[in-house]
Design a protein around this ligand. Sequence first.
Ligand code: HEM
Length: 422
Amino acid sequence: MSAKKQSVLANVRELPSNLWHSIFRNPLPHNDVERSATSFTNFFLHIHPVKVNKNTLRPIYTMGLGLMSFFLFVILVVSGILLMFYYVPSTEQAYDRMLDLRGSVAFGTFLRNMHRWAAHGMVAVVFFHMCRVFFTGAYKRPREFNWVLGVVLLLITLFLSFTGYLLPWDQLAFWAITVGTAIAGYAPLIGKQIRFLLLGDASVGQEALLRFYVLHVALLPAIATLLIAIHFWRIRKDGGLSRPARAEGKPELSISVQAVELDPKRTYGLQGLVRGPLVKVGNVPENSVYSWPNLLIAELFALVVTLAIILIVSLLFNAPLEEPVNVMHPPNPAKAPWYFLGLQEMVSYSAFWGGVGVPGLFVLLLILTPYLDRSPGGVGLWFSRKRLLANTVFLTFVIVNIAFIVIGTFFRGPNWSFVTPW
Ligand code: HEM
C-alpha cells in the first residue's frame, strides 16, 4: 500500500478522536488536573468554578430551586419557539390556531400543555427559590445586588406569564387580561396611560394581542436571558453560593499582632498588621470537591427531575381552552391568573391600595431587604435563630400571599361574593 493511502487510512481511523479533541480539547478527565481543565475549556462548563464547597451540593440547602427555575425557562423557550411555527397573533386567527394545535398538529396538544404547565411552574418555583434565599439569609453581603436582580427576575417571570395568558384568545384569556390590566389602571396619575401603553387601545383587542405577543416572544425573554446570565455570573463573583462559616472548613488561625498604631481612616490588610512568623495554621479539612463531575451530576439530576415532572403533568392534564372571546359575555366572576388573584382579592377591598399601593410597597421592601438588614449573622442556615425577626416577617408575608391566592381561587363566586367550594 502506498504511503499516501496509508496516511489517509490512519486519518480515517483517528477521525473520532481527532473530532473529539477539536471540539472538547481534552479527553474525559481522569485526574485532578484534567478535571480542572474541563471547567476551564468547555464553553458550557466554563460557568463552573473548578471546585465547589460541599455545602453547595447538599440538596436540602438549595433544593435545586434556582436551577429548576432556569430549566423551566429553557423548556419554555424551546416549546415556545415550536409553538411560534403555528401561532398567528391576530384576533381572527389566534383561537383557530389553538384548535388546530389540538386537532391537526402532531403532538400539538402535548406541546401546548408543556408550555402552559412550565409557565405556571416557573412562577411558583421562582417564588419558592426566593423564599429559600430569604430563609437561608443568602441575600446578605456580598449578595445584595444578586438579590435585587432576583426580584427583577421574579417580576419579569410574572409579566412573561401574564402576557402569554392572552395569546389563546379564549374567554379565560380575554377576561383575565381585562381584569389584570384594569388593576394597572389604578396607579395614581399615570395609571390610565400605563394601561393604554400596555393595550395600545382603550380595551383589550387586536392592538393588545400584538403588543402582548411581541413582549411575550421577544422583549421579555431577551431581558430575562440577559438578567439570568448576570445572575449566574454574580454567583461566581460573589464567592459561590452562601454557606455557614463552619462549612468553609476554615483553618484555625492563631494570630498575634504586635503593637501597631492604627489610623482610623484607613482599612488595613492582614499583611499590613502581621509581622514576623506569627501565623499558625491548623489542619485544613478538605471541604470542597471538583465541579467535574460532582456539580455536573447534581445539575443533571435537577434537569431530569424538572423534565420528568413537566412531561408527566403534560401527559395527564390538558391546558384549558374555553369558548372563543365574547366581549359581551364576561364570566361572573372574571378572575385574573392565579398568581394575580391575591392582588384581585386586595383590590376588592381598595382599588388603589390593593392594586398599587400595597404591592408597590412590597416590591420596594423586597428590593431594599439586603440594605435594611445589615447584620451578618445566620447566613447559610435554614431558619437561623439569629434571624428570627426577619424570617417571621417574611413568613407572614408568604402566608398572607398564599392565603389571598387560595381565597381568590376557591372562595370567590359571582360578584366576588364569598362562597364555599364544597
Ligand atoms: C428566572 C428566575 C431565576 C433563576 C433562573 C435563578 C437561578 C438561580 C440559580 C441557578 C442559583 C444557584 C442555585 C440555587 O440557589 O438554587 C441562584 C442563586 C441565587 N438567587 Fe436566583 N434565580 C432566579 C430568581 C431569583 C429571585 C426571584 C431571587 C430573589 C429575589 C434570587 C436570588 C438569588 C440569590 C441571592 C442567589 C444566591 C444564593 C446563595 O448564594 O445561596 N433569584 N439563582
